[in-house]
Design a binder for this molecule. Structure first.
Ligand code: SAM
Length: 229
């Protein structure tokens, strides 16, 4: 990230991150957000909140569970003269916001969660009004299998199919990061989003999606603490 043209982490192992990543898909977000509201969950040092404000967003709120990142974000936004609200808050606490946002950004957070489907359900039920910019680390097969409506209890080989939806539980053994928990393959990622009620509007590059709201389709209703009252 750059503040006042100065690169803040020139030694970062991913380079000028997240700027170079943003370059690859920034065209899927409207150039002019025309006063629309934005919530960035897991906002880190505020890169996406500042980009949205520069695109003429109205109210912009960034939340993160880590107070140190929020301090960096406040410092950067102040330096850039951007009016952004930052709050220490976990994704599981979004119902407390009691507000829906035109654009929710949920980039690079899902695989850090022990309860990924709970997070997606809460976002759908409580904060996403129109669209969600989403990214999650994926590993394994990138194909989407052609699945039947249902399989018999005796079916076994299906689960060895590489493209079958899979959610790898990496525990504390991946990328030296003990906060990595579940990594989906592409089919599992898209199925999880779908089952939470999201529809894919754009998929400009692997792992990155612009989502809209669709209909939830699971047979069992979510528990009352997930559903909006
Ligand atoms: C890999 S970084 C992604 C940062 C940024 N969204 C991006 O895409 O560049 C993950 C961020 O999510 C935050 N985070 C992790 N668990 C969280 C949770 N339960 N609620 C909110 N933020 C969380 C971390 O503190 C960190 O800032």
């Amino acid at each position: 990230m750059r503040i006042g043209g100065i690169e803040t982490a020139p030694q970062h192992f991913l380079g000028d991150y997240p700027n170079f990543k943003w370059e690859g898909f920034k065209h899927i977000v409207p150039d002019d957000l025309a006063g629309r509201s934005v919530l960035d969950i897991g906002c880190n040092a505020g890169f996406y909140t500042m980009e949205m404000k520069r695109r003429n967003a109205g109210r912009v709120v960034g939340i993160d569970s880590d107070a140190r990142y929020l301090e960096q974000a406040r410092f950067a936004a102040k330096h850039e003269g951007l009016d952004i609200e930052y709050r220490q808050m976990s994704v599981y606490e979004v119902p407390q916001l009691k507000e829906r946002f035109d654009l929710v950004i949920f980039m690079g957070v899902l695989y850090h969660l022990r309860h990924p489907l709970l997070a997606l359900d809460l976002l759908y039920e409580h904060v996403v009004d129109d669209m969600m910019l989403f990214q999650c680390l994926q590993r394994g097969d990138e194909r989407i299998p052609d699945l039947q409506e249902n399989y018999d209890f005796s079916e076994w080989s299906l689960f060895d199919q590489p493209d079958y939806p899979k959610l790898f539980f990496v525990e504390e053994r991946y990328a030296s990061d003990p906060t990595n928990w579940f990594l989906p393959n592409t089919a599992a990622m898209e199925a999880m989003l779908r089952s939470a009620g999201f529809v894919i509007r754009e998929n400009p590059e692997r792992e990155v999606y612009l989502l809209g709201r669709g209909k939830r389709h699971y047979a069992v209703e979510p528990p009352s603490f997930v559903k909006q009252s």
